[in-house]
Design a protein around this ligand. Structure first.
Ligand code: GDP
Length: 489
């Protein structure tokens, strides 16, 4: 028999969906989710997408724009008053005026972009000008990785966290937290200070897993790394301690407090997020920083694949999913995009795309997932480099040219943030399988030699009249065509 809460959930979803649909009759709207793990490039993607549409950017593969059918694009008030607005103006000022990268996504935010367009068909044009509002919803991918927690009790969650802490890629940094958690008596008193210490040690460990040199991706609970507005709240002040399978949790004990907080986290944080936000999305882009994972080695690539599987599980839940009560099956297109392709020469873009396709195919095969159209792309929402060659004759090498951020270095040269430099970025492997070999019981995976340095956002070109052009990109137009092109036909 369904529980009272699930009946209430169902009723609420039905009402939400109905009100979405009725408002759609008057002003069609499309909810586009933008996600990815932290630093994947969500903020930069949304800023550049909106900037290019508002300022008539060069988007040859985005048909509505390329064929001159977009009359205008502008920002409007968003429909959800309780969600913070995406700070588009601040982010663009950073990118364009100051040429620094904007502050990254820390929590959910939203922005409404409205496009007025001519229909491509004569039939469509008879019914006046078309109008589409795109509600762009930016949220941390870490929050999606909480979905599997809904199917686990506290003891299972704790056991799995301790098991993965023993893996080779994590064991050297998990020591402090593991020692602390093993020293706590589960039947002892529910001590707040001890809970705080456990939380601090556990979240420090998660942060170290995330650090560049390891670049691991699956690190639940998601709010421990991305707390949003929940920082310091009791629903977040817990951590895993080992409990035997047959352990009876005593009322009033430390284990009971941990269990209660873990359940509160699921009830008050995870479920509402899926119900109120994920359930209402129509389209989704998932950004991945594949290059960072490739750089960190096979463990990181394998972990990114695991994260992608879990992320895809959230969008089109198949039979028996934890989400069937919470999410209606609506998302019909998902784009998985490797960002920052401008760190590589064009010759490597196809290879990057092949790597992401393989990641995505493996993730799709494992996910409990069906029905949505999925595409992959290697792109740069903001192109910070241009291409060139260095050397001469047969020794010519393809290079990328840009202004490295102050403090970045290659060998013993450290950059000042003002000087343009040519960098040979290295090559991605021709066969993506070499990156995955380890988990396929083949020969050990080979980490390619990539030289990865961060560049400043580009100086914008100007028209003859002195007006600045929109932000340059790589294949942003292809992403737009896949995500919204059919709605502007
Ligand atoms: P978020 O955490 O997903 O919001 O990530 P951001 O959008 O803030 O991006 C994180 C960092 O990645 C930025 O500060 C940039 O250094 C870099 N980055 C993101 N997108 C691009 C891009 O298209 N090109 C380049 N060169 N760097 C990018």
């Amino acid at each position: 028999m369904p529980s009272l809460t699930s009946i209430a959930d169902e009723a609420r979803i039905a009402l939400d969906t109905l009100s979405d649909r009725t408002s759609n009759l008057w002003s069609p709207s499309l909810r586009l989710g933008v996600t990815g793990l932290s630093r994947a490039g969500k903020t930069v993607f949304i800023s550049s997408l909106v900037h290019n549409l508002i300022h008539g950017g060069r988007l040859p593969l985005f048909d509505a724009q390329a064929s001159g059918r977009i009359a205008k694009a502008y920002l409007e008030h968003q429909p959800d008053d309780a969600v913070p607005r995406f700070q588009y103006e601040d982010h663009v000022a950073d990118l364009v005026e100051r040429r620094v990268w904007p502050d990254s996504t820390r929590a959910i935010s939203e922005l409404r972009l409205t496009i007025e367009f001519e229909s491509a068909s004569a039939w469509g044009r008879m019914f006046s000008r078309g109008r589409l509002s795109i509600d762009i919803v930016d949220y941390p991918g870490e929050w999606l990785l909480d979905l599997p927690l809904l199917g686990k009790n506290y003891a299972q969650f704790a056991r799995e966290a301790l098991d993965s802490a023993a893996e080779a890629s994590r064991s050297d940094i998990s020591g402090e937290w593991v020692r602390l958690s093993r020293s706590i008596d589960p039947d002892g008193p529910a001590d707040e200070m001890q809970a705080r210490q456990l939380f601090d040690a556990f979240s420090d460990y998660l942060r170290q897993c995330k650090h560049d040199s390891r670049a691991l991706s699956t690190l639940p609970p998601g709010r421990f790394l991305m707390p949003g507005d929940l920082e310091g709240s009791p629903a977040l002040t817990f951590g895993p301690i080992p409990l035997a399978e047959d352990h009876k949790i005593k009322p009033g004990s430390f284990a009971a407090m941990m269990e209660r907080r873990y359940e509160a986290y699921k009830r008050h944080v995870v479920k509402p997020f899926f119900r109120e936000h994920i359930a209402r999305l129509d389209r989704q882009i998932v950004l991945v920083d594949a290059m960072q994972a490739i750089n960190a080695g096979a463990e990181a690539v394998g972990d990114l694949e695991r994260a992608l599987t879990e992320i895809l599980n959230c969008f089109r839940p198949g039979k028996g999913s934890l989400l069937t009560d919470l999410v209606q099956r609506r998302i019909d297109r998902i784009l998985i995009a490797a960002t920052k392709a401008d760190h590589m020469h064009r010759e490597s873009h196809q290879r990057m795309q092949a790597i992401v396709r393989r990641l995505a195919d493996r993730a799709i095969a494992r996910a409990n997932f069906s029905g949505a159209e999925v595409d992959v792309l290697a792109m740069a929402a903001v192109r910070a480099t241009r291409e060139g060659t260095a050397g001469s004759g047969k020794d010519q090498l393809p290079v990328i040219i840009g202004t490295p951020i102050a403090g970045e270095s290659i060998g013993d040269e450290t950059f000042d943030g003002e000087t343009e430099t040519a960098v040979f970025p290295g090559d991605l492997p021709e066969r993506p399988s070499t990156l995955f070999a380890k988990s396929d019981s083949g020969p050990p995976a080979v980490a390619p030699e990539i030289r990865f340095i961060r560049f400043r956002p580009p100086r914008l070109e100007q028209t003859a009249e002195g007006a600045k052009l929109s932000l340059p990109h790589i294949r942003l137009d292809q992403a737009l065509e896949f995500l919204v092109g059919d709605q502007l036909a």
